[in-house]
Ligand binder design. Structure first.
Ligand code: ADP
Length: 171
């Protein structure tokens, strides 16, 4: 039987932090379904369809990954896909309380579903879609945070041409 994991999230947009979790999940599971939550964010920058298209583009060479959307209760979606495991990433301690609450609730109402947490890789510990959007909308260089296709999409959204950004220096 194939081991399938569902990796749910907003992915507005997908970052190297998400990609790292997906690649590491593939070392444990046969297949990963990246599940983009519909309507999870009131102020999303990208539409659900745009988010899906970007994930498909950056993962086009990974045959064991598929991209889907879901609405409603995550555990119902996970069961409907024949999976038993939800993958979530953990960065700072601040992620923990929220994730713990959701995982507890999901294990109570969907007893056959497990949530597995994967620690962020050290270089992505402070990387989030929100911070990438903040840097990009100020014309900062997001090369180290997102793949080129995502960078282009972000810069188009913010009305910048693609190539003339400010290099943000870390001091
Ligand atoms: P959500 O709104 O569901 O948190 P996100 O797209 O922000 O959606 O995140 C999806 C999942 O990916 C979450 O489990 C989040 O903790 C994880 N994640 C996001 N960025 C990183 C990162 N840099 N390192 C590890 N996990 C991450």
């Amino acid at each position: 039987m194939k081991k399938i994991a569902v990796y749910p999230g907003s992915f507005d947009p997908i970052t190297y932090g998400h990609l790292d979790i997906i690649r590491r999940t593939l070392t444990i599971f046969d297949e990963v379904i990246v599940a983009v939550a519909r309507n999870s964010m009131k102020n999303a920058l990208f539409t659900t369809e745009e988010r899906v298209a970007l994930i498909q583009e950056v993962l086009k060479d990974e045959s064991r990954v598929s991209v889907d959307t879901f609405a409603g209760l995550l555990i119902n979606y996970v069961s409907s896909r024949g999976a038993h495991v939800i993958i979530r990433g953990l960065r700072a301690i601040s992620d923990f309380e929220y994730e713990f609450q959701i995982a507890q609730m999901n294990s109570t109402i969907g007893q056959e579903i497990e949530t597995l947490f994967m620690m962020t890789s050290i270089q992505y510990g402070y990387l989030s879609s929100s911070i990438v959007k903040e840097v990009c909308c100020l014309n900062g260089n997001v090369d180290g945070f997102v793949p080129m296709e995502v960078k282009t999409a972000l810069r188009n959204k913010y009305g910048f041409d693609n190539g003339n950004e400010t290099i943000i220096k870390r001091s």
